[in-house]
Design a protein around this ligand. Structure first.
Ligand SMILES: NC(=O)c1ccc[n+]([C@@H]2O[C@H](COP(=O)([O-])OP(=O)(O)OC[C@H]3O[C@@H](n4cnc5c(N)ncnc54)[C@H](OP(=O)(O)O)[C@@H]3O)[C@@H](O)[C@H]2O)c1
Length: 327
């Protein structure tokens, strides 16, 4: 494993972080057992992963707590989240504090390393900043968590408006941002700001459905070409990202997707979600490989670099295309 510093938190974190949400929720979202989920977490620990991201909304805090029993608390970085935004538009300071206390109990720990507000929209940000954050910072003073963070609602905020504001407001030490091969706008919109303010970055959406399901990629590319956002000949290619897979390049589209985000300047930790032990191993291998060849990165930037908001569908949405339809 390789380690880095999570912005101004100073936390030493693995460059690969295990996401306990997403479509898989450690496998609990795809029919696997709690014992399987614990096996995924323990295997990640054995491979040197020390950062784990969960949320009250995922239903995986308890299983993460169980898996970490017996591990020295200071050896892991636990990130979790208070419901906000879409799932709880009336988020109040009292509810956020109650959720923090519940998360501490579910995780079976005395403190959380990074406590985040979950999926905050640009519309909800002022309320998060003025009402919720001060209440949470009072709980931080009591030692319940170490650093405050905030995560964007990627489908509802493809231009990263919320994170751009949060990065400059001084109270959020960590932000979680969406960035991938067909949604590259954080390169200009977010990372210069987070680097300037030394805000730690957790990267989400590296693969999701769009790069793990060939039929989803093909449908999305067809839709984008029909809309004039990609050249038509790409849509006729049965393997539109196949150029990435070659001797000296990526071994698969998923390998390319993780390597693409891992080496982007400004990305601290790449979160990946899986309920599959084989994927756990190959994803960590990918994240530890060198950057994609320069020519492939240039082609990705040239062909797909202007796309925004592609492949950000939430787990409850099942459109054929990867284009996000709503929050
Ligand atoms: N707003 C927010 O706060 C927010 C939103 C989204 C995500 N997140 C966080 O970010 C984390 C990462 O997001 P994510 O879970 O969507 O991660 P991701 O790594 O982009 O995508 C995971 C999906 O890809 C599949 N996959 C993973 N590795 C694969 C491989 N080697 N080959 C084929 N398919 C593979 C997984 O299925 P398998 O189980 O089959 O591997 C899963 O369906 C989440 O767990 C969560 O902690 C936060």
């Amino acid at each position: 494993m390789e380690y880095t510093t999570l912005g101004r938190t100073g936390l030493k974190v693995s460059v690969a972080g295990l996401g306990c949400g997403g479509f898989s929720r450690l496998g609990l979202g795809t029919g696997k057992s709690e014992a399987d989920a614990i096996g995924i977490i323990r295997a990640a620990l054995d491979l040197g992963v020390n950062l784990f991201d969960t949320a009250a909304a995922y239903g995986t805090e308890n299983v993460l707590g169980k898996a970490l029993q017996g591990v020295k608390r200071e050896q892991v970085v636990i990130c979790t989240k208070a419901p906000f935004g879409v799932s709880n538009p009336d988020a109040t300071p009292e509810k956020a504090v109650a959720s923090l206390d519940r998360s501490l109990r579910e995780l079976g720990t005395d403190y959380i390393d990074v406590y985040q507000l979950h999926g905050v929209s640009p519309r909800g940000y002022q309320h998060a900043f003025e009402a919720i954050a001060p209440a949470l910072l009072r709980e931080k003073e009591k030692g319940k968590f170490r650093h405050l963070g905030i995560t964007e609602t990627a489908p509802g905020d493809p231009a990263h408006e919320m994170i751009r504001r949060a990065s400059q407001d001084g109270i959020w030490d960590v932000v979680m941002v969406a960035f991938h091969m067909m949604h590259q706008n954080a390169r200009r919109a977010v990372f210069p700001l987070t680097r300037e303010h030394r805000v730690g970055t957790l990267l989400m959406f590296a693969v999701r459905n769009i790069f793990s399901r060939p039929e989803r990629l093909a449908a999305t590319v067809r839709e984008l070409a029909d809309a004039g956002e990609l050249p038509l000949e790409i849509a006729d290619d049965p393997d539109p990202l196949g150029f990435l897979v070659h001797e000296g390049g990526a071994s698969s589209i998923v390998d390319a997707a993780y390597r693409f985000v891992r080496h982007e300047p400004g990305v601290d930790v790449v979160l990946f979600g899986t309920g599959d032990i084989g994927h756990l191993h190959t994803n960590i291998d990918s994240l530890l490989k060198p950057p994609l060849p320069e020519a492939d990165r240039a082609r990705l930037a040239g062909v797909f670099g202007r796309l925004v908001g592609v492949g950000l569908d939430a787990p409850h949405l099942t459109p054929l295309s990867g284009r996000a339809k709503s929050d």
